[in-house]
Structures are given as structure tokens and as C-alpha cells.
Ligand binder design. Structure first.
Ligand code: S3P
Length: 173
């Protein structure tokens, strides 16, 4: 069994759904944002001091570590991981990629609820236009995933069940 990577836009729920899927499949969860912060400190400070390229290097290393484990894991990656070609190639080679698809409006609503967590690429008060612009640019990358699961209007448990069903149906679990 390959590792299972959860990809999708910021605030799509990758970490929360990752926890629920990991529990159901009895697999380990690795959250690469948490890993980067554990090793290098807060993400906003990394962006401020080393820019996005610095963050992408650290993120790549975290993804590489997560995908090197022998036992399959659920790996929740940051929303921009696929924009970095080496990380994209690594995920394609070594994981089953599950795209957690949520609309820009759902994403914005979630971000407004999680105000404490600032995403440096969108700032403290993101607008729908800004979310949409970045979302549209990234959508073709997310669509390369092996499996897509719709998240709008569904609970965490419903999404976790849909992820497990989709993996089973595709013979990927
Ligand atoms: C980013 C998403 C964030 C985090 C960083 C960059 C992005 O993770 O990795 O702020 O470029 O989309 P989440 O997807 O968990 O918000």
C-alpha cells in the first residue's frame, strides 16, 4: 500500500479530515505544516525571513521524510505543496493523491472562522476575489490527483467515509 496524501487549497480541512481518515484506516497521520513548524518555527516567520522559496524547501524535506516511512501514512500537505515541481513529482511517485475539493466561498468561510491562523500568501483578511484568483491558478494541479472528494456541505465524518470509499473503489487502499 502506498502513502495517502491529502491535497487541496488552504483551509479545505486537510488536517482535520486527515485525522478522521487516519483513525478509520488505523494509519499514522503526518501533517507537513506541523512538521515544518516543529523544525523551523512558525510559518509566517519563515515566509517573512526566507520567502516562499525557503518555505517550499522546508516543506519538500518534510514531505520527503513523510513519504520515506516504511509503513503507509496519511500525509496532509500544505495547500501550495503542488506548486513546487520537485514536491509535486515526489507526491506523484510515492503517494495516492486525494484532492479534497472545496469551493472558494467554503474556503473563505473556514478561514474567517480560523482567524488565529494567518496564511502568509493571503494575509489576515483575505477577500473572495483573492482566494478565487489563487484557487483558479492552482486548480489544474489539484486536478492531477488520483482521487477527488467533494467537501462542500458535508461533515468531517461524511468526508472521511467518502475518502475511504473512493480509495477502496479505486483499489488504492
Ligand atoms: C500554503 C498553505 C498553508 C501553509 C502555508 C502555505 C499555501 O497550509 O503550508 O501557509 O501556499 O497554500 P494549509 O493548506 O494547511 O493552510
Amino acid at each position: 500500500m502506498k502513502h495517502i496524501a491529502l491535497v487541496g487549497f488552504m483551509a479545505a480541512g486537510k488536517s482535520t479530515i486527515g485525522r478522521a481518515v487516519a483513525r478509520r484506516l488505523q494509519l499514522r497521520l503526518v501533517d507537513t505544516d506541523v512538521e515544518v513548524e516543529r523544525v523551523h518555527g512558525p510559518i509566517p516567520a519563515i515566509f517573512a525571513q526566507e520567502g516562499e522559496p525557503g518555505f517550499r524547501r522546508y516543506e519538500h524535506a518534510a514531505v520527503e521524510r513523510a513519504l520515506s516511512g516504511e509503513d503507509p501514512a496519511i500525509v496532509a500537505v500544505g495547500g501550495g505543496a503542488l506548486t513546487h515541481e520537485p514536491t509535486r513529482a515526489l507526491l506523484q511517485r510515492r503517494s495516492v493523491r486525494v484532492f479534497l475539493s472545496a469551493s472558494p466561498q467554503t474556503i473563505l468561510n473556514r478561514m474567517r472562522r480560523e482567524r488565529a491562523r494567518v496564511r502568509p500568501l493571503l494575509g489576515a483578511n483575505p477577500t473572495l476575489d483573492r482566494v478565487r484568483e489563487l484557487y483558479d491558478r492552482r486548480l489544474p494541479l489539484y486536478r492531477e490527483s488520483d482521487v477527488t472528494v467533494e467537501c462542500d456541505g458535508r461533515s468531517v465524518d461524511e468526508i472521511a467515509i467518502a475518502v475511504c470509499d473512493a480509495l477502496r473503489q479505486a483499489g488504492l487502499e
